[in-house]
Design a protein. Sequence first.
Length: 224
Amino acid sequence: MTEDQQKQIAAEAAVTYIEDGMVVGLGTGSTAAKMVDLVGKRVKDGLDIIAIPTSEATAGQAKELGIRVVGFDEVKIIDLTIDGTDEVDPEMRLIKGGGGAHLREKIVASLSDRMIVIAENKKMVNQLGTFKLPVEVIPFAAGALLPKMEALGCHPEIRMKDSAPFRTDENNLIIDCAFEMIEDPENLALTLSTIPGVVEHGLFIDLADIVLIGTEDGVKKFSR
C-alpha cells in the first residue's frame, strides 16, 4: 500500500465520526485535504454540518465542495476536529506546521471537544524531533529570535518560499528548528511559549484524542 493510499484509508476512517448537526474543524495539509474531499461528498449526499477551516487553503477547498464555512463569530465550540500531523509519538504528542498553518490549527484544536489525527504510517515515530519544529514569529522579531532558538539546542532557519520568506495566513514568519531529537516536549513547549515575539509553535501536547494511522495492514487506532 502506498503512502497516498495509507493517507486515504486514515481519512476514510476519520470521517465516519462526523454526525449531522456537528461543528467540524477541518485541518490543513495533504492528508487533511483528502478528508475534506470526503466530507464534501457526504455533504453532497445530505450530511448537515458547519465547518471551521484551519487555513485559507482549506477554506477555499471546503467552499468549492459546498461545505458551509463559518468563523468564531458564529460558533464558539467545535464538536470534532480532524487534522493531519507531521510527527506523532506513542504518547500522542504531535509536531505540526509543515504547511505553516499550526497557529490556526492549534486554536481550532484547543476549542474542540475531540481531535482526531490522521496520517500515514511513517508519521508515527518513537521520539519527536526528526521533523523540523515550526515556530511562528512576528517579522519584527525574527532576526533576534534566531540566536534564542539556537540556544535551545537546534539549528534554526527562516522558512523560505520562492526565494522570499514564507508568510503564514496571519502574515507572520516561520523559523524551522532542527532538533533531531526532542527529549522533553512539554518543557520545550512551555519555554517557547514564554519567548516574546513567538506567536505559536508546532508542538501539540494533550490535544489529540484519537490517532488513526494508515498502514499496510489497515488503519491502526490509538486513543487517549
